[in-house]
Ligand binder design. Structure first.
Ligand code: AMP
Length: 469
């Protein structure tokens, strides 16, 4: 099928040709004709499938007629993160090159005054994160009553980030007659409820079953030690052992660990940088550009910061932590093996992660091959120590030997089982802490006390008087 048959205008077709798109991707092929007819669309698709153009192209078609009024945007796109919002803006700039459109980007980290000026000019397309959008509405600077098309992108990520109440508030501020284009990679029940409440008889289009990893990604697990410095040493070992690693993303569950792992890698001579939600917008974009251009080889990132980023040609995804939500595994490894290319993913997992690994296997339907890292805890009960050969794969010598524990540079990470640690996570959900294994940090539980331990009973300390009986 070619783009000509979808019903798009000549202006748009020539912009598509200029962008170098030869034929529509499956999600574009399925969603665009329905969207052009004004139907609500529920698109189940991961990033990398071309889903952005599946909504931007029909939006452009609608925007060819009419003009925006001050503070009353004609279309609204909700994105969970600043990066994704900026990425959608870029994609509009490319395919909207034959249209005179006013684009407005409302994301945190940019001054309200600058954003107000843009809104005053009238926005054809408003691309926003939910929080900042509501801030503008509460300040009386924005009215959503003129919105003709609402796009909710990456809905399951909105859920993870706790944005669903904000999204619901926003949906209620937009006229009932709007068209809604809704995209999510997975369909948990909360998302289905949102769809049932706010979409009108949507056409459901799905390009890959939810939670399916690309078949071009080779997946492995290396068992890791619980101790933070050793785990970082194991990560370095894994990276060094991958001869074909050209660039990679290292995922951590917590912002704090993103910083620690990034510093540790750089201290050990790796060309790394980090990306997390606490960084200001400018440095996030700069880091991302440097990674895309190859100036930086390893990007240490949290899920929120890296969600949906369009980074072609990532050779490896390294999971420093096992993701708590199995869906995140799919999203993380979706950064490699894109557009039919091959990719590799390696996840460090401790014994305590077993239930999360099991959840991933259940979701993907794949039992991921695992091998023992030299200092790794035995991963499951089936893998009892095999005398001297424990820690090695059959036929494996020491080629994956773990570097000795690093010197003092690696600031010891605080224990992982405290509420405080969980609150450092970029996920707002407070219940994650409860899911983490309980117990005292750093193996205190397992320290064996022999006899009376350090305690000496007082009678043993009494001086012995010779000759007394
Ligand atoms: P997305 O899933 O929207 O993040 O898109 C992933 C990548 O595919 C982006 O780099 C797009 O520019 C690219 N892309 C989107 N549609 C097409 C197409 N029809 N042909 C080739 N590349 C495309």
């Amino acid at each position: 099928m070619s783009f000509d048959t979808l019903g798009l205008s000549d202006n748009i077709l020539s912009a598509i040709a200029a962008a170098g798109f030869e034929k529509p991707t499956p999600i574009q092929e399925q969603a665009i004709p329905h969207a052009l007819k004004g139907r609500d669309v529920l698109g189940i698709a991961q990033t990398g499938t071309g889903k952005t153009a599946a909504f931007t192209l029909p939006m452009l078609n609608r925007l060819e007629k009419g003009r925006a009024r001050a503070r009353m945007p004609r279309t609204l796109i909700l994105e969970p993160t600043r990066e994704l919002a900026a990425q959608v803006e870029q994609s509009f700039e490319i395919i909207g090159q034959n249209h005179k459109l006013n684009l407005a980007l409302l994301i945190g980290g940019v001054s309200f005054a600058d954003q107000n000026k843009i809104l005053d000019r009238g926005a054809d397309v408003l691309i926003a994160t939910p929080g900042r959008l509501l801030d503008h509405i509460e300040r009386g600077k924005l009215l959503l009553t003129g919105v003709e098309i609402l796009v909710i992108d990456e809905a399951d990520r909105m859920l993870d980030m706790g944005f669903i109440p904000d999204v619901e508030r926003i949906c209620k501020l937009i006229p009932f007659t709007r068209q809604t284009l809704f995209f999510s990679a997975t369909m948990p029940t909360e998302i289905q409820r949102l769809v049932d409440t706010f979409l009108h008889n949507p056409v459901r289009v799905e390009v890959a079953p939810p939670a399916t990893a690309a078949s071009t990604v080779e997946q492995r697990i290396v068992t890791a030690p619980k101790e933070a410095p050793d785990k970082r040493a194991l990560l370095r070992d894994v990276i060094r052992g991958e001869a074909d690693l050209t660039n990679g993303i290292v995922f951590c569950n917590r912002k704090r660990d993103v910083d620690i792992v990034d510093k540790s890698l750089r201290k050990h001579g790796f060309n790394a940088a980090c990306l997390h939600g606490d960084m200001d917008q400018r440095s996030r974009m700069k880091t991302l550009d440097q990674f895309k251009s190859g100036e930086i080889a390893l990007l240490v990132a949290s899920d929120v910061a890296a969600r949906g980023l369009d980074i072609p040609n990532v050779s490896h995804v390294l999971n420093y932590d096992v993701p708590i939500h199995a869906e995140d595994y799919i999203h993380r490894i979706g950064r490699t093996g894109r557009a039919g290319r091959s990719g590799k993913t390696i996840m460090l997992a401790t014994r305590a992660d077993k239930k999360y690994v099991d959840a991933i296997s259940q979701m993907t339907g794949i039992s991921i091959a695992h091998e023992a890292g030299k200092t790794g805890d035995k991963f499951d009960n089936a893998e009892k120590p095999r005398a001297k050969s424990a820690g090695k794969r059959p036929g494996q010598s020491n080629q994956r030997k773990v570097a000795s524990a690093p010197p003092s540079i690696d600031a010891p990470a605080p224990p992982r089982n405290r509420t405080k640690a969980e609150s450092d996570s970029e996920y707002p959900s407070p219940d994650i802490g409860g899911k983490r294994p309980r117990g005292r940090p750093d193996g205190e539980n397992s320290r064996k006390v022999v006899g009376l331990g350090d305690h000496m009973p007082a009678f043993l300390a009494r001086p012995v008087r010779p000759g007394t009986k």
